[in-house]
Every structure is written in structure tokens, then in C-alpha cells.
Ligand binder design. Structure first.
Ligand code: ADP
Ligand code: ASP
Ligand code: MG
Length: 411
């Protein structure tokens, strides 16, 4: 008998019919003798709808109040699933994050889980009940409702699996595993049987939203066996593994990630003196804005151009801060661009192969796609390009690195 944590995403619980289907599935596992903790998202579109309601009241909702409203989505689905299970003769109980006591810090809208009280859940499992837990939410020391950031139900699932020392955490979604790239963009994308935690972490942080970054971090840290599967189709899914050896036979690149979440800012004609990077980025980090990629060019007249990217949500704030800095340090001008995209190739195989980056640049050059910025790490190469070329770039790279499936795979 195994203890399994199963997380079902928004589309998998998007309607009452789907919730009934999930109940059928959970019932089957239960009848096979497994102990089950089921973590649910809100119905697909619901979290957006709730955020939208808040924004009708104010452009900048109080983070605490936003958590109070967005956490309601998951409260609806857990109750419906518990009812559907009970209707099927499967004893079940639903809990909100507060009721379990998923303790988090107080960083509203992006809280981190600090501790999970497993007593209540263990008691229910012992009594033969399926425990249905609201994903995405927790509670801080003061009793305020918190949420874990978009896609946070994945993290609830993995954190519960870690706390309960579950045999496996299964992430059920609308694709049958992790693919070489988003199958919605590249129809020839292929499902991976396995991917390492390290690669999955890079893929997630570089834009593949199939798993939330923190869920992968958690799974890696606590060594939680993690599998991504289709909610309603049978199949092996994708195992996220620590074992690099097992994936050695894979191509150099495991996957291609991309995002449109960033914006670029350039400060031109900055007097090129020691400490200039700090003068520019100090106030940016002081305004709590995270910087991703950075490029500094030295020009001939003792001035430099300095370019960096930030999350698009922070663009307006960053531009303001940078304009103030420009005045203070006597820079010539500040320019920005929000129509950029970042494309990244990821693979542990890069460690043992030379020339991966140049192969990437060649593939982009063949499509006449200009590269604006580059950053590399041991297992990834990222480039910033014009947003309109994003899909072309991803497809070209997918082909160049021989990731295309023989025949198109439909979802
Ligand atoms: P859920 O609501 O179940 O959490 P998400 O929408 O968060 O589902 O994640 C699943 C989606 O992730 C898929 O529909 C797919 O379009 C997208 N996705 C992005 N990159 C990948 C990838 N490399 N492999 C599989 N799916 C991906
Ligand atoms: N409902 C939340 C969201 O849409 C959390 C999740 O689905 O994982 O972001
Ligand atoms: Mg998700």
C-alpha cells in the first residue's frame, strides 16, 4: 500500500463533469489500496476571474486582500470533489490551507511554505478517508490567508508529499508529461520519459509553466519522486529524477523553454567609472525589482551603455527609477523595450559537449533572427530576441537540436 499525493490542475477540475471524472479516478486508486491525499487547483480561469474582480475595485489591490479573494477558487473545488467522492461511497474530507495548517511566511501573493502540520491528515488517512486539500494557499503566523504565486498548487502538492514522506507526488494536468518544448507551440514536441530535477528547474524558471519553479525546488530538496501525467489519459507521464546517469542517452538538449514575461531597459552614455553597475542596479534592487539578464558595452568616448531585463510587471517602475539614476549620474538617455522574448535551450548534456551555443546562434541566424542579449550557465543558453520571432525561433531550435518527433503528435 502506497501513500500518494495527487494534484489536479485547473482544466482537470474545470467543470462539475471533470470533477466527477477526477472522483472516479481517485476512487480507482483508493480501491487498489493506496492512501491518497488529493490537492486541487481552482477551476480553470477562476483565479484570473477573481483577480479581475479585485482590479475592478482598484488597480493595485492590497496584497493581503487579494489573497483573501483568490484563495476562494480552491475552496470551491475541494468541497465539490469531497462530495463527489462521498457520493461514490469513498469517505473523504476537504481542508483549506488554514485547516491543515500549511504555515507560510507573510509574503502575500508569493508566500513560501515554512511548515506543514501533518497530524490531521495522518489521522484521516488512518481512518480510511481520502484527504482533499486546497492548493495554492496557506496561512501565516498571524492567521492571515496567504497564496503561493501563480501555479502554486503544484508546490502545495510537492510540499505535502515531502511532509508526509509520500511514495510519489503525481501532477495531473492537460498534457501527458513534460515535453521537449510547449506542445501548444511546437506540434512536433516529444514527451520526455525522464528529466533531471536540475533540468526541470531550469525549464520551469525559464518559462515552462508545466510545473511551478518552487514545486521543482521542493521536490529536489526533499527528494520527492515527482511525475507529470495526463488527468484523463493513461500513460507513463514524465518522471523527474535526480539520476543523471539514466538520462545520459538523451540528446545534448533536453528541452527548449521560452517566456514573454520580461522587458528590456537600456541606459545610454553612462560615464564609465568604477562602481557604475552598482550605481545603476543598486536603486533597482532597492525598489525590490529583480534583474535577470545584464549586458554592459564599453564605447570609445569613455561612456558605456548598460542593458538589463526585468519582469514586465516591473517595467514602469524600473524605467522611473532608471530615469532618476540617469539624471544623477549624468547619463545620456534611457530607452526601453517591452516587446522582447527570451528563448532558452536546456540540457545537462551541454556539460560534456562543446559548440552548443554556436549551434544555437547558427540556427537563429539562418532564420535572420537578431540576438539582443545572451546569457549562459552550465546547462542552459538563453537569448533575448524580438517577441514577434519567438515561435519561429523555438521551432527552428527544436529542429536544429533534433528534437522533432518523426510524426506530429496531437494533444
Ligand atoms: P494545470 O492547470 O494543470 O496546472 P498548466 O497550464 O499550469 O496546467 O500547465 C500545463 C501546460 O503547460 C500545458 O498545457 C502546456 O501548454 C504548458 N507547457 C509549457 N511548456 C511545457 C512543456 N515543456 N511540456 C509540457 N507542457 C508544457
Ligand atoms: N489557481 C492558482 C492559479 O491559477 C494556482 C494553481 O492553479 O496552481 O495560479
Ligand atoms: Mg499549473
Amino acid at each position: 500500500m502506497a501513500l500518494i499525493v495527487q494534484k489536479f490542475g485547473g482544466t482537470s477540475v474545470g467543470t462539475v463533469e471533470r470533477i466527477e471524472q477526477v472522483a472516479d479516478k481517485v476512487k480507482k486508486f483508493r480501491e487498489a489500496g493506496d492512501d491518497l491525499v488529493v490537492v486541487l487547483s481552482a477551476m480553470s480561469g477562476e483565479t484570473n476571474r477573481l483577480i479581475d474582480l479585485a482590479k475592478q475595485i482598484t488597480g493595485q489591490p492590497e496584497p493581503r486582500e487579494l489573497d483573501v479573494i483568490v484563495s476562494t477558487g480552491e475552496q470551491v473545488t475541494i468541497a465539490l470533489l469531497a462530495m463527489a467522492l462521498i457520493k461514490r461511497g469513498v469517505p473523504a474530507v476537504s481542508y483549506t490551507g488554514n485547516q491543515v495548517r500549511i504555515l507560510t511566511d507573510s509574503a502575500h501573493n508569493k508566500a513560501r511554505i515554512l511548515q506543514i502540520d501533518d497530524q490531521k491528515i495522518r489521522g484521516d488517512l488512518k481512518a480510511g478517508r481520502v484527504v482533499v486539500v486546497a492548493g495554492f494557499q496557506g496561512v501565516d503566523e498571524q492567521g492571515n490567508i496567504t497564496t503561493l504565486g501563480r501555479g502554486g498548487s503544484d508546490t502545495t502538492g510537492v510540499a505535502l508529499a515531502a511532509a508526509l514522506k509520500a511514495d510519489e507526488c503525481q501532477i495531473y494536468t492537460d498534457v501527458d508529461g513534460v515535453y521537449t518544448t510547449d506542445p501548444r507551440v511546437v506540434s512536433q514536441a516529444q514527451r520526455l520519459d525522464k528529466i533531471t530535477f536540475e533540468e526541470m528547474l531550469e525549464m520551469a524558471s525559464l518559462g515552462s509553466k508545466v510545473l511551478q519553479i518552487r514545486a521543482v525546488e521542493f521536490a529536489g530538496k526533499y527528494n520527492v519522486p515527482l511525475r507529470v501525467l495526463h488527468s484523463f489519459k493513461e500513460g507513463p507521464g514524465t518522471l523527474i529524477t535526480i539520476d543523471e546517469e539514466e538520462t545520459m542517452e538523451q540528446p545534448i538538449i533536453s528541452g527548449i523553454a521560452f517566456n514573454r514575461d520580461e522587458a528590456k531597459l537600456t541606459i545610454r552614455g553612462v560615464p564609465d567609472t568604477p562602481g557604475v553597475a552598482f550605481k545603476i542596479l543598486g536603486p533597482i534592487s532597492g525598489a525590490n525589482i529583480e534583474v535577470d539578464m545584464i549586458v554592459q558595452n564599453v564605447s570609445h568616448d569613455n561612456t558605456t551603455d548598460f542593458t538589463f531585463t526585468v519582469h514586465r510587471n516591473d517595467y514602469v517602475k524600473a524605467e522611473q527609477v532608471l530615469k532618476n539614476t540617469a539624471k544623477e549620474i549624468g547619463a545620456r538617455e534611457v530607452i526601453g523595450d517591452t516587446k522582447i522574448a527570451k528563448v532558452s535551450i536546456v540540457g545537462v548534456g551541454m556539460r560534456s559537449h562543446a559548440g552548443v551555443a554556436s549551434r544555437m546562434f547558427e540556427a537563429l541566424a539562418k532564420e535572420s533572427i537578431n540576438i539582443q542579449m545572451i546569457s549562459t550557465s552550465e546547462i542552459k543558453v538563453s537569448v533575448v530576441i524580438e517577441e514577434k520571432y519567438l515561435e519561429l525561433a523555438v521551432r527552428a531550435l527544436h529542429t536544429a537540436f533534433e528534437l522533432d518527433a518523426a510524426a506530429p503528435q496531437g494533444e
